[in-house]
Structures are given as structure tokens and as C-alpha cells.
Design a protein around this ligand. Structure first.
Ligand code: AHM
Ligand code: MG
Length: 339
């Protein structure tokens, strides 16, 4: 029987059809369902705001020296708890934890590795601006048994078998790729299920909209200074047209704008973050977002290399990020090559 796409398609139905079509096995499908379920709980927690007593600082710091919000800690625990017992995972890694979390010995261990930023953009929570969860799924390298070593996570983004993000905004959306296109699901809050609302998203090659933290302008490297300067002079400059700027400062929200109408998002190297390699984390921010953007027809680069081909050296490694509409990313890369 042919599927009827006029009828609402739940995430469960979508994933079941993916598996039947040969995209992903039962463990991967279960993993994605569990992550989506955990994100529904995070949506409830973020949605309660001050009424749930979840706003404000946790009074702790993560491994990267950043102050944790209460909701960072809560979201991390929700994702860890949800993924502990299913038997689909070998281990999890998170922005909020120095080392990978092993699956407890009481439970069977599966063949997948899950990485996540449980609540990205969390400095925006207290002001009621969209935040999100970003996740990436890798296969555990073959032949490994027992506890997972950090080195097993250190695979380039091209190895990802699935990636996604959830935006907790005016509505809660799940954006997912299994490596053949990007699909968007909207949370039906009453029914409690994610429903497919955009199939096979493609972003335009051309754009006149960019996102960057302009307050860092004087710290950028020379190619980025030149590139942005040429955008800012608009139609009087070499680009011959005006550009518009948007910056939410929540990567999920900025990337979701690009998934919706095109654009670019950049967090380049600057003097302040140079010693760390960049601001955004490769394994659970840049890689999953780059996978999604490429799968939607866009491009993602460090400025000097395709982002998905960066060979990771550390779980919490940082990278410069330029991603979005293909022609504009290619243009930014050209400025870097012209040094
Ligand atoms: P986080 O993972 O600690 O929330 O940091 C990541 C965030 C991104 O969501 C956002 O694009 C960027 O950091 C904002 O940086 P800035 O503080 O320079 O505006
Ligand atoms: Mg983050």
C-alpha cells in the first residue's frame, strides 16, 4: 500500500518507513525515538519557565569553564536517563560532561554513540528566547567491546549516521537527517507527538542574509574582516547588493532560520577564542549542524576546510564555523583562500 502523505505522519511512522526503506536499523530508530521523547520532556521543562523553578544559574561550571544554568543540568540528565536502558547505545558524550557516559553495566550495550549539546544557547533562557538541543549519532568502531574509550568518538562528521536539533521556540520543532535529506517535525503538544510538517527541505543557494556576532568584528582574522566589510557596503561595494543581518545568539534558532529561508551563520576564529580553536564545539554543535545543512543543499566550512572532514582530536574541540546557503559560504571561503 502506498503511504498517504495527506494524512499526518508521526515521527514513529516516518522512522518505521525509513527503516523499511533501508535507512537505519531498529537500534538507530529506537535511539532517535528516545532522543525525541527526551526532548519533549525538555520542552516541558523549558516551557514552565519561572513557574517550574528552572530558571537561573545551577551554581556549577562545566568542563569548559562555563557557568551552567539549571536547565543545562536538567536537560543533560533527561537525555542521559532516557538513553541509559534501551540497549541501543554504547555511550553518550555531552557538552556538560568532561568524559563520555558509559551505559550502566546493568543494561545491554548497543553499537551507537550519541553526542549532544543538551541545551544550546542557554544564556538566552532567562530572557525567553529560543534555545535548543543538538545531537549527533555515530557508529561505534567495529570490534570494540566493553567500556567506550573517548578515542572511539573522535570520528569526522562525514561518519555521522544521523543528526538533528530541536528548537524550543514559539512551537517545538525537530529537524532530522538520516543522511538522505532533511525533514522537519512539529510537536503537537496536545497529542504529545512530533508530526512531519516539512519533507525534504532544501535551502536556496543564494542569500542576502547573514548571522554573525558583529561585536567581535575587530578580533576577526583579516579574510573575515574583508568579507563582512564587503557585505556591509552593500550595493555600493563589490557585491553589488544590500545584505541584511540577523543574530539570535542561539545557534539552533539561527540555523533554523537558514533551514526556513536560507542565509548564512558564522562564528569565525577571533583573537579572543583563537587559543581554543574557535567558539563552537565540533562534535556536538558544528558537525550535526553541518550535516543537516549539507543534506538540505547548503555548505559548511571552517573557512579553510569542509567542516565535516575535520578529523577531531578531542571531544570538546572547537572550530570556526561558516555554514548556510551554498554560494555565500563558497564566497566566504574564497576570501580565506585569497590570503
Ligand atoms: P552554548 O553551547 O554555551 O550555549 O554556546 C553556544 C552559543 C551558540 O548557540 C551561539 O551561536 C553562540 O554561542 C553565541 O555566542 P555569543 O555569546 O558570542 O553571542
Ligand atoms: Mg552549545
Amino acid at each position: 500500500m502506498k503511504p498517504d502523505f495527506q494524512r499526518p505522519v508521526s515521527l514513529t511512522q516516518f522512522l518505521t518507513e525509513e527503516r523499511r526503506a533501508g535507512f537505519g536499523d531498529t537500534d538507530l530508530i529506537q535511539l532517535l525515538e528516545i532522543v525525541a521523547r527526551a526532548c519533549k520532556r525538555i520542552a516541558v521543562a523549558t516551557g514552565k519557565g519561572a513557574l517550574g523553578g528552572v530558571l537561573g544559574e545551577a551554581g556549577t561550571g562545566n568542563i569548559q569553564g562555563e557557568a551552567q544554568k539549571k536547565l543545562d543540568v536538567i536537560s543533560n540528565e533527561i537525555l542521559l536517563d532516557a538513553n541509559a536502558w534501551g540497549g541501543h547505545l554504547a555511550a553518550c558524550a555531552s557538552e556538560e560532561m568532561e568524559h563520555p557516559q558509559q551505559i550502566p553495566d546493568a543494561y545491554p550495550r548497543g553499537g551507537y554513540l550519541l553526542l549532544f549539546d543538551p541545551l544550546d544557547g542557554s544564556s538566552n533562557i532567562d530572557v525567553n528566547i529560543s534555545v535548543g538541543t543538538i545531537f549527533s549519532v555515530l557508529k561505534r568502531p567495529g570490534g570494540h567491546r566493553g567500556h567506550v574509550d573517548t578515542s572511539e568518538f573522535l570520528q569526522p562528521g562525514t561518519n555521522q549516521v544521523a543528526a538533528g536539533y530541536v528548537v524550543y521556540g514559539s512551537c517545538t520543532l525537530l529537524v532530522l537527517t538520516l543522511g538522505h535529506g532533511v525533514n522537519v517535525f512539529t510537536l503537537d503538544r496536545e497529542a504529545g507527538s512530533f508530526i512531519l510538517t516539512r519533507r525534504d527541505v532544501k535551502i536556496p543557494d543564494e542569500t542576502s542574509e547573514f548571522a554573525i556576532n558583529m561585536s567581535n568584528q575587530r578580533y576577526w582574522e583579516a579574510p573575515m574582516q574583508r568579507y563582512i566589510a564587503d557585505l556591509l557596503v552593500g550595493k555600493e561595494g563589490p557585491r553589488g547588493r544590500d545584505f541584511n543581518m540577523r543574530w539570535v545568539a542561539s545557534m539552533v534558532a539561527d540555523v533554523h532560520r537558514i533551514i526556513t529561508r536560507g542565509g548564512t551563520f558564522m562564528y569565525p576564529l577571533d583573537e579572543k577564542v583563537k587559543s581554543k580553536g574557535g567558539k563552537l564545539r565540533l562534535m556536538y554543535e558544528a558537525n550535526p549542524m553541518s550535516f543537516i545543512i549539507e543534506q538540505a543543499g547548503g555548505a559548511a566550512s571552517t573557512g579553510r576546510q569542509r567542516l565535516l572532514e575535520v578529523v577531531p582530536e578531542g571531544l570538546h574541540q572547537r572550530v570556526p564555523v561558516i555554514l548556510g546557503s551554498k554560494n555565500e559560504v563558497d564566497m566566504a571561503v574564497k576570501y580565506h583562500a585569497a590570503v
